[in-house]
Design a protein around this ligand. Structure first.
Ligand SMILES: Nc1ncnc2c1ncn2[C@@H]1O[C@H](COP(=O)(O)OP(=O)(O)O)[C@@H](O)[C@H]1O
Ligand SMILES: [Mg+2]
Length: 257
């Protein structure tokens, strides 16, 4: 855990017209760690990860990858710098096979441009097995997989194509209890590799505590709390989850009624 951050951002500001969505955000992500990014709806979580993923350019602030300042002008730039993002919709085609989804535009081709299907099937199968699912038939349509298995496919794909920072946007939110645990286990297997930094966006306090090594709490575009698991007592996490000071105010108001 003493490793240097793979990526860090300093003083990120993002304005949409007159509206300030991020107002001076710092964040650092370390290999072999899960960094839980928490905050209410509208806190700025998606805006932050879209900047990290090259979808938005920040209004001001700096991004460093391995201590070098970088500017992402497109998602392609971010991917090339090792930032892999798994969005909530997963960007999977339900009708296509596991293998075709795994490679999607990056197929292996042999002589005369022929697809190397056996090799691609083997890679898709093995990469998913490494993080916990044994797909017996990589030719099966993604639509036949469970929600947890689809998350694993999207994660395995990002890793295979070079992600050193894996950004997971609410990966457990649309799933049932059992599937949620599968995804958390997958995250822990990725964490155990030791070379990948995971950013885990969630609304779920329990999930964040189960897998989080570091925590950053956003509220209205600002960091209202941050630290390692050891630094943040359980109570702190609960209070920050609830939006920090706001909840104390609310409690007081309610008491006065
Ligand atoms: N493209 C945009 N244009 C204008 N406002 C935006 C845009 N994207 C996000 N916002 C605003 O920025 C704030 C933060 O949004 P978002 O980053 O999606 O929060 P979160 O993901 O934490 O729910 C919200 O008030 C949202 O309405
Ligand atoms: Mg969001």
């Amino acid at each position: 855990m003493s490793k240097k951050p793979y990526m860090r951002v300093e003083g990120l500001v993002k304005k949409f017209g007159p509206f300030t969505a991020l107002n001076g955000v710092d964040l650092a992500v370390h290999p072999g760690e899960v960094h839980a990014l928490l905050g209410d709806n509208g806190a700025g979580k998606s805006t932050l990860i879209k900047i990290l993923a090259g979808v938005h350019e920040p209004t001001s602030g700096r991004i460093f990858v391995e201590d070098q300042p970088v500017q992402f002008r497109s998602p392609r730039d971010a991917t090339a710098a090792g930032i892999g993002t798994v969005y909530q919709d997963l960007a999977l085609n339900q009708l296509m096979s596991v293998t075709r989804n795994f490679f999607m535009g990056r197929e292996l081709k042999g002589a005369f441009g022929r697809l190397m299907m056996d090799e691609m099937d083997r890679i898709a199968h093995d990469e998913m097995l490494k993080i916990g699912i044994d797909i017996s038939d990589p030719g099966q349509a993604v639509g036949t997989m469970s929600g947890g298995q689809r998350q694993t496919l999207a994660i395995a794909r990002a890793i295979h194509f070079g992600a050193k920072v894996l950004i997971l946007d609410e990966p457990t939110s649309a799933l049932g209890q059992k599937q949620q645990m599968e995804v958390l286990k997958t995250m822990m297997r990725v964490r155990a590799r030791g070379d990948i930094a995971i950013i885990f966006i969630t609304h779920n306090e329990i999930h964040s505590k189960l897998v989080g090594d570091r925590f950053t709490f956003l509220a209205l575009g600002q960091v209202i709390g941050a630290g390692t698991k050891a630094e943040l007592e359980g109570e702190d996490i609960r209070r920050l989850m609830a939006g920090g000071a706001e909840i104390a105010d609310l409690e007081k108001e309610l008491e006065e009624i």
